[in-house]
Design a protein around this ligand. Structure first.
Ligand SMILES: CC(C)(COP(=O)(O)OP(=O)(O)OC[C@H]1O[C@@H](n2cnc3c(N)ncnc32)[C@H](O)[C@@H]1OP(=O)(O)O)[C@@H](O)C(=O)NCCC(=O)NCCS
Length: 155
């Protein structure tokens, strides 16, 4: 595991987050926003949802990953507030080093501090790597909408 420093979201990181996101979804474009403007709007939406829940990972001062955890998400399926992981990306050349795991651990801790009982996320049905990652974290498949699989985990 390289030395990873975690930082909170700041507006000055948006351009690097956009680049990282668009690179990270190569080959998985069907599940992703396309183009710089749409991705910027998406990151702006994440920021408005729960700014405190966005955590960025840096190696050698370069952004290599981020997670967007939303502690204010009302789940219609649960009928209550849950912790939603809206986004998790790690730069391709830094994968399988535990960086996403580190970000996910922090996100789950954040939800627990907020008193939430359940975490939820949606993953593309053929995004096998991400599904395996989430299963390793104890998320279980719990519903589907079109080509999205809903996964949940008790906190
Ligand atoms: C999914 C993603 C965030 C994982 O990031 P990562 O930093 O490589 O994950 P970690 O190193 O913490 O992986 C922990 C464990 O998860 C599992 N895992 C992670 N990626 C996997 C893959 N591609 N295939 C199979 N298992 C995988 C492994 O068990 C891994 O442990 P190991 O490396 O000791 O075998 C990264 O692949 C990514 O950015 N993908 C593109 C964007 C994406 O799909 N995001 C999720 C959207 S819902």
């Amino acid at each position: 595991m390289p030395t990873v420093s975690l930082k909170k979201f700041e507006d000055k990181y948006v351009d690097d987050m956009v680049k990282l996101y668009l690179d990270a979804y190569k080959g998985l474009e069907v599940y992703a926003y396309k183009g710089v403007e749409d991705t910027k709007s998406y990151i702006n939406w994440l920021k408005k949802r729960d700014r405190e829940g966005i955590l960025l990972a840096f190696v050698d001062n370069e952004l290599v990953g981020f997670i967007a955890a939303d502690s204010e998400w009302f789940s219609k399926r649960e009928g209550e507030k849950v912790g939603a992981v809206h986004e998790l990306v790690v730069r391709e050349d830094h994968r399988r080093k535990g960086i996403a795991s580190l970000l996910m651990e922090k996100a789950l801790d954040y939800f627990k501090v907020k008193g939430l009982k359940k975490a939820e996320l949606w993953v593309g049905d053929e995004n096998e790597g991400a599904k395996r990652f989430y299963k390793k974290f104890g998320f279980k498949e719990n519903g589907r909408y079109n080509y999205w699989i809903r996964m949940t985990k008790e906190l």
